[in-house]
Design a protein around this ligand. Structure first.
Ligand SMILES: Nc1ncnc2c1ncn2[C@@H]1O[C@H](COP(=O)(O)OP(=O)(O)OP(=O)(O)O)[C@@H](O)[C@H]1O
Ligand SMILES: [Mg+2]
Length: 278
């Protein structure tokens, strides 16, 4: 299938999830329900899908429980995930039993166990702990290319070859660095900078201010891809929503670049899909 058609299919799924995020109404599920839990630096997101992989409901909570890909506040993470699972269960009027989660590649040793414990503490039977780029690729329907995940704290670069991650790197530059440069430029707090960054009215004027961070991200991507076959870049993670991010990456890397609708939702949805696959 052509990349644009794949992206269109992915966008249909992502948009249907967006329309079912709390507090939107949800359909009554028929058959099994699977949950995907993404514990990130900026947000914890839980997504419920049905046995066909159709998104049923989602919950998102801003949180500071992860730093540079590692869970640093276990108790708070458990509390948030438990409350999201309970809320999903109430909204769907069903008991949620099976869930999956994902971790950034390269953090497998301790992080996978901690992540598993978080789901178990929320009374979920864990069907899979996968790596984040693989989760994203399940939504994007892609087997080849590079998943670039720019979240709150880090930029992940993962090269896919025949559906397998053959190279991966995670660098500590993400959306929070945007906030830092905006805060420094306007002499405001990082919270005010974050609000300004997301406000479409301000985004155009902010481009020159955040440009050095964009250049750094593009440099990181280019550096890690030296020697790899990189036919396409797929952008995921909330920071890629910044207007112009995709065009800038394409210009700087010279690689065809694809931006799904709501890049922040891609990995959480893919995690839920991994449960169905497994
Ligand atoms: N419209 C937007 N424009 C720019 N940035 C945005 C927008 N929406 C969200 N963000 C940024 O996206 C980041 C959060 O993205 P995401 O939820 O993918 O990160 P995460 O998974 O929690 O972090 P990480 O993957 O680094 O652990 C935050 O820095 C937030 O400011
Ligand atoms: Mg993330």
């Amino acid at each position: 299938m052509k990349t644009v058609d794949q992206l269109e299919q992915a966008n249909a799924l992502i948009n249907s999830l967006a329309s079912r995020m709390a507090p939107h109404p949800v359909p009554a599920p028929k058959g099994p329900v699977y949950v995907g839990v993404d514990v990130g630096t900026a947000n914890v997101v839980s997504v419920a899908i049905d046995g066909e992989g159709i998104p049923l409901a989602g919950e998102m909570t801003p949180a500071r429980v992860v730093k540079e890909g590692i869970i640093v506040n276990y108790l708070e993470a458990v509390q948030i995930v438990r409350s999201q699972i309970q809320s999903l269960g109430r909204r769907l009027d069903t008991e949620l039993k099976i869930g999956a989660s994902a971790i950034p590649p390269g953090t497998e040793s301790g992080n996978a166990r901690v992540t598993r414990n978080i789901l178990e503490a929320a009374d979920l039977e864990v069907c899979a702990i996968i790596d984040e780029p693989t989760a994203a690729s399940l939504v994007l329907g892609t087997q080849e290319g590079v998943v670039v995940d720019v979240g709150g704290g880090t930029t992940g670069i993962s090269v896919l070859d025949q559906g397998k991650v053959i190279y991966t790197a995670d660098e500590p530059t993400g959306g929070f660095q945007f906030d830092l440069v905006i805060a420094g430029h306007f002499k405001i707090s990082t919270e005010e900078a974050e609000a300004m960054k997301r406000d479409p009215i301000h985004q155009r004027v902010l481009f020159p201010v955040i440009r050095p961070v964009l250049e750094k991200i593009a440099f990181i991507v280019r550096r890690h891809l030296v020697g790899y076959h990189a036919p396409a870049l797929y952008l995921v993670g909330g920071t890629c929503s910044f207007p112009g991010f995709d065009r800038f990456m394409e210009q700087e890397t010279g690689i065809p670049t694809y931006l799904p609708a709501l890049p922040l939702m891609v990995t959480p949805l893919g995690i839920a899909l991994s449960c169905k696959e497994g």
